[in-house]
Design a protein around this ligand. Structure first.
Ligand code: MV4
Length: 446
């Protein structure tokens, strides 16, 4: 096992990782920018190193500074959290070259899944159902038209280097295709310096359902069920839940086993999430994330499994602490992403938290690096905490969530709490009847 882990991240996820390290008796090193000297993740760590100025590019994304911080402190492993360098294959590779363990998959698996075309080809080869479309990149408009006509409109042109919705263009008919194809290529080249695009059947009202998987890197893998992350705004998840209100136990088992089998075949190591669009009872692979995700707590709440502890275990060469038969789903969990933003306009609202009173009680978890008197810096994303609620049934969970939201008081800044207070009273949300477009439609109507 490791003696000391450097956590290459900030905010709530840095605290989340520290908590797992502490329980395992592993010393922690925090890194921070000059803007984060007062952050909770710095205060609670055993040691801390300032790695640069506020701009992420010069601090949290600064690979030489991070490697130096490891060498100065004698850290033997790095946990990247989510965002920042968590899916940077080069970072994983550089750490290995320095005999420092990257707590995550191999750089090769990160690289494959980072290329959306290669990821899809790989998924298909492994027996995972994929969205109908081109087998690989499409290089001419004529080729795009041929494929579109064979599967029918509408179609979607996607960037190979994309993800998170960037470089995507819908074509509703053959007349739209030329412009959609050219625009997707140009935007993709501008954003990612890569104009490779592919084409898919456009699914009009799917849900976003993702499967949590875990591998030990030696050919053993398990699935931990799904999360429904359909409630998004501009490709940012807002509320996530597990299990999905749309699936039954047999459907869960079938897709979960398909994905776990695929991970066994590639000897995947660590935590991974396989993202699907789900429509009319069918799953269609879109992407794989090779990291711990923001919404991992809803899976922890319904399985009782500490995902960060498992990541650390398998990175150190230990086996997974659970087999598939040990994994039992219990109850329902919902996560609300609390952001320092106006709840109607979503305009960021950094500044000083003058009063902070988080909710508590049975089944309530708050993961946050915020505290009373803390000043939220303007340089990073606006997530200041996550409220995660567990209940025996989805209805119990929803009732508890309403109660927890009513207790949560944050003064001095604007937050998205009022948005959640509205959402938990909408009949479609209460009934679990929503798709990936529901939230933006709802916000447009208000
Ligand atoms: C799609 C799709 C419909 N059909 N692919 C958006 C980001 C990227 N991860 C994949 N995305 C989509 N891919 C096909 N073939 C619709 C989306 C999409 C979406 C997906 C998940 C959650 C929210 C979304 C919002 C808009 C579009």
């Amino acid at each position: 096992m490791f003696d000391k882990i450097l956590i290459a991240n900030r905010g709530e996820i840095a605290l989340r990782i520290q908590r797992a390290c502490k329980e395992l008796g592993i010393a922690t090193v925090a890194v921070h920018s000059t803007a984060d000297a007062d952050a909770m993740h710095v205060r609670l760590a055993d040691e801390s190193v300032c790695i640069g100025p506020p701009t992420a590019r010069d601090s949290y994304l600064n690979i030489p500074a991070l490697v130096t911080a490891c060498e100065i402190t004698g850290a033997d492993a790095v946990h990247p959290g989510y965002g920042f360098l968590s899916e940077n294959a080069r970072f994983a590779e550089i750490l290995e070259e320095h005999k420092i363990t990257f707590i995550g998959p191999t750089s090769e698996h990160i690289r494959i899944m980072g290329d959306k075309i290669e990821a899809k080809v790989t998924a298909k080869r492994l027996g995972i159902p994929v969205v109908p479309g081109s087998d690989g990149a499409v290089t001419s408009e004529a080729e795009a038209l041929k494929i579109a006509k064979s599967m029918g409109f509408p179609v979607l042109i996607k960037a190979a280097a994309g993800g998170g919705g960037r470089g995507m263009k819908v074509a509703h008919s053959a007349a739209d295709l030329g412009l959609a194809f050219a625009t997707a290529r140009t935007e993709s080249k501008a954003a990612f310096n890569d104009d490779a695009v592919y084409i898919e059947k456009y699914l009009q009202k799917p849900r976003h359902i993702e499967i949590q998987v875990f591998g030990d890197g030696k050919g053993n893998a398990v699935h931990l069920g799904e999360r429904d992350c359909s409630l998004q705004r501009r490709h940012q998840k807002v509320l996530e839940e597990a299990p999905s209100p749309a699936l039954n136990a047999a459907q869960r088992k079938k897709i979960g086993e398909t994905v776990a089998d695929a991970m066994r075949k590639i000897k995947y190591r660590g935590a991974g999430t396989v993202e699907f669009l789900y429509e009319d009872g069918e799953f269609f692979f879109i992407e794989m994330n090779t990291r711990l995700q923001v919404e991992h707590p809803v899976t922890e709440m319904i399985t009782g499994i500490d995902l960060v502890l498992e990541q650390i275990r398998v990175a150190s060469g230990a086996p997974l602490s659970v087999t598939q038969d040990d994994i039992v789903f219990s109850g329902h969990a919902i996560e609300c992403r609390i952001c320092a933003e106006n709840a109607k306009t979503f305009r960021p609202s950094p500044g000083k938290i003058s009063y902070w009173h988080p909710p508590g009680g049975l089944g309530v978890r708050v993961d946050s690096g915020a505290y009373q008197g803390y000043t939220i810096p303007p340089y990073y994303d606006s997530l200041i905490g996550k409220l995660i609620v567990h209940g025996k049934t989805r209805n119990d969970c929803m009732m508890r969530l309403r109660r927890a939201l009513s207790e949560f008081v944050i003064d001095g800044i604007e937050t998205t709490i009022p948005l959640f207070q509205d959402l938990v009273r909408q009949s479609d949300i209460v009934d679990g009847l929503y798709d990936i477009h529901w939230l933006e439609k709802h916000l447009g109507m208000k």
